[in-house]
Design a protein around this ligand. Structure first.
Ligand SMILES: *[C@@H]1O[C@H](CO)[C@@H](O)[C@H](O)[C@H]1NC(C)=O
Ligand SMILES: *[C@@H]1O[C@H](CO)[C@@H](O)[C@H](O)[C@H]1NC(C)=O
Ligand SMILES: *[C@@H]1O[C@H](CO)[C@@H](O)[C@H](O)[C@H]1NC(C)=O
Ligand SMILES: *[C@@H]1O[C@H](CO)[C@@H](O)[C@H](O)[C@H]1NC(C)=O
Ligand SMILES: [Zn+2]
Length: 581
């Protein structure tokens, strides 16, 4: 039999003095030992915890997350920063697509990007948008907003709303089609005033125009914070934006070179965008154009033949030749001809440039359509340079999405959104009379992804073309274009697997005429965030619910002429931002 004393637990009734003292003894030892171990345990547990979770297969992460913070799945209303955005598919720099937690701070900046949950996320709101893709907000460096002067054509309000609906968080506004064109300090001030009073949903960078004899205005535009310059080498359709001649181009490139060689000048030259077509007359060899009487004003192929690819090739050859030995950055806008890309490839990869940098963009419409398939009177497709053959289209698509980076000539894809009122497109199908410009700002991600997917290209390549390279080339990669700590939390959340037929009723452009309507595309934009705040939400039942009308928080991107670094300011801070006298 067991004696009663022995069955009594040590911390039970104490019967004898001896037992009592041994109890006290072990109690003290236990307490001392645990006190000793407590700091070690306090250090070890979180370490084990976070490492443990990184060892777990992905399926377990949601469990870990639920323990760590308040998880909002499919939130009807999005939180204001600070919060943590999580997805199983985040497009990170250096071509990584991984699960990641993005901590967005009070200022709407990305504070931390981490692959696994940790104690730093405790008590934070975690918005889980898995399995949708989280990508940097798109940067569209070629948009004709048309304000001031032609707000009835588009304007900051409609353009920036359409941008938001398409996942775009920054647009660069072209200096022409607005009246007056943005050519000097005075007209730049008019542009900024218009932006300040209209207000934008997304951030706006301004491009200054260079026409002749306007070289003296280069400095005042630079001091005004423009992100780039632009000239036309062929008629621009805008009366107050005459094209430059070959001789002018030499002078301008010379002036830009001198500016960048001044003592204390910014070492990275500002991009000089060229509409690169030289009017050489119609292609002699084209059968259809031998006699003017054969020309059909409603036939797209005839329109295309009137601006042959040789116009692009000769313009690029000329510009590269005169820029060759200067410290300038020439950016070729909207390349549509494969021959032009071949020349760019040869110039760049054949090391044919002594000092200059030459980069190039193409547009979604050159990836989507071919002249043979455009019906008679297809004025919605009129743009310059024109949409070319299907063989040409296939080669451009291949160039844009192929894996071999060392032979690419396309750096980025821009919309060249150039809308107009309907009456300028409904010209009885007469392509000669119709306005040249395609309305497509809202559809840039979907069109690009549709073409990319058909080529088995990765989401990372899409982010390069639409976000990363535009940020880098236009000098705003210190703020935008990548999901990494320190940059603005400008983000698009989208579903790349679903498809959608594009329709007028979901179109946010001021005028609904667009060749994209009726087209089935891949990818749906679910939500767009500017500095962490939701500015577009696909789940709203009306246009007003989808775009957050109270969220016109877009800023002006201002490039310092002294440092070459850009920053974002409120449009009405523009005057005080100009420092150099
Ligand atoms: C415009 O460019 C064309 C070549 O595309 C050239 O022939 C013409 O002289 C230029 N116009 C002006 C005003 O320089
Ligand atoms: C630049 O100049 C070099 C040396 O004169 C020449 O070989 C090269 O072809 C030129 N490049 C272009 C694009 O004209
Ligand atoms: C189309 O417009 C051009 C330019 O205004 C004009 O010369 C031509 O006669 C028109 N053609 C037709 C078929 O309407
Ligand atoms: C894309 O991948 C699919 C499936 O692997 C393949 O059948 C198709 O040929 C690929 N397309 C291209 C353009 O590489
Ligand atoms: Zn344009």
């Amino acid at each position: 039999m067991t004696e009663p004393e022995e069955a009594t637990p040590a911390f039970g009734r104490a019967r004898s003095g001896e037992r009592n003292s041994s109890f006290h003894h072990s109690y003290i030892v236990c307490t001392a030992v645990s006190l000793l171990f407590m700091p070690i345990i306090a250090i070890l547990v979180p370490i084990l915890y976070s490492h443990w979770s990184s060892l777990l297969p992905y399926a377990h992460l949601s469990l870990q997350r639920a323990k760590l913070g308040t998880v909002l799945n499919n939130p009807a209303s999005f939180p204001e920063p600070p919060y943590v955005l999580f997805s199983s598919r985040v497009v990170l720099p250096d071509r990584f697509i991984q699960p990641a937690y993005i901590f967005i701070n009070n200022q709407g900046s990305i504070a931390i990007v981490q692959q696994s949950p940790s104690w730093s996320l405790v008590w934070k709101t975690i918005v889980d948008v898995s399995p949708h893709v989280v990508m940097p907000g798109l940067i569209d460096p070629h948009v004709h907003v048309n304000e001031p002067g032609r707000t009835s054509w588009e304007g900051f309000e409609y353009a920036s709303r359409a941008a938001a609906a398409g996942g775009t968080t920054t647009i660069l506004d072209m200096p022409l089609n607005n009246i007056p064109s943005t050519l000097n300090h005075k007209t730049l001030a008019q542009k900024i005033n218009a932006l300040a009073s209209t207000k934008s949903y997304v951030d706006i960078g301004i491009i200054g125009g260079i026409t002749m004899p306007h070289v003296p205005f280069l400095t005042e535009l630079l001091d005004g914070g423009v992100l780039a310059f632009k000239s036309f080498m062929v008629d621009s359709q805008s009366k107050d934006f005459p094209n430059v001649s070959k001789k002018n181009l030499k002078e301008i490139i010379g002036a830009l070179d001198r500016l960048s060689s001044e003592p204390g000048a910014v070492s990275k030259p500002i991009p000089y965008i060229l509409h690169a077509e030289l009017d050489l007359g119609p292609d002699e060899e084209d059968e259809r154009n031998r006699r003017a009487s054969d020309y059909n004003h409603r036939c797209y192929s005839d329109y295309e033949a009137s601006r042959p690819s040789s116009w692009e090739v000769e313009a690029i050859r000329y510009a590269a030749d005169i820029a060759n030995n200067s410290n300038v950055h020439i950016h070729i806008a909207h390349v549509s001809a494969f021959e032009a890309l071949e020349l760019l490839r040869e110039i760049r990869w054949g090391n044919r440039l002594k000092k200059a940098i030459v980069t190039a963009e193409t547009c979604p419409h050159y990836l989507m359509w071919a002249k043979e398939k455009i019906a008679l009177g297809g004025t919605l497709f009129k743009c310059s340079p024109p949409i070319r053959s299907d063989d040409n289209r296939k080669l451009i698509v291949h160039q844009a999405f192929q894996d071999d980076a060392s032979s690419r000539a396309i750096d980025l894809i821009a919309s060249d959104h150039s809308p107009c009122p309907p009456e300028l497109k409904t010209t009885d199908g007469n392509l000669t009379e119709a306005w040249g410009g395609i309305s497509g700002l809202q559809y840039r991600l979907q069109a690009t992804w549709t073409a990319a997917h058909a080529m088995n290209a990765s989401l990372s390549r899409v982010a390069e073309l639409l976000c990363e390279v535009p940020a880098r080339l236009f000098g705003i990669d210190n703020m935008k274009g990548f999901l990494k700590a320190g940059l603005d939390a400008d983000i698009v959340i989208w579903d790349p697997e679903s498809s959608q037929v594009l329709t007028e009723d979901k179109c946010h452009h001021r005028h609904k005429l667009s060749p994209y309507h009726g087209l089935k595309v891949r990818g749906i934009v679910l939500r767009t965030l500017l500095r962490g705040r939701s500015i577009y939400n696909s789940q709203g039942t009306s246009m007003h619910e989808r775009v957050q009308f109270d969220a016109r928080l877009g800023k002006l991107l201002f490039r310092s002429s002294k440092t070459g670094l850009s920053r974002s300011i409120a449009p009405d801070e523009w005057k005080s931002a100009i420092t150099r006298k």
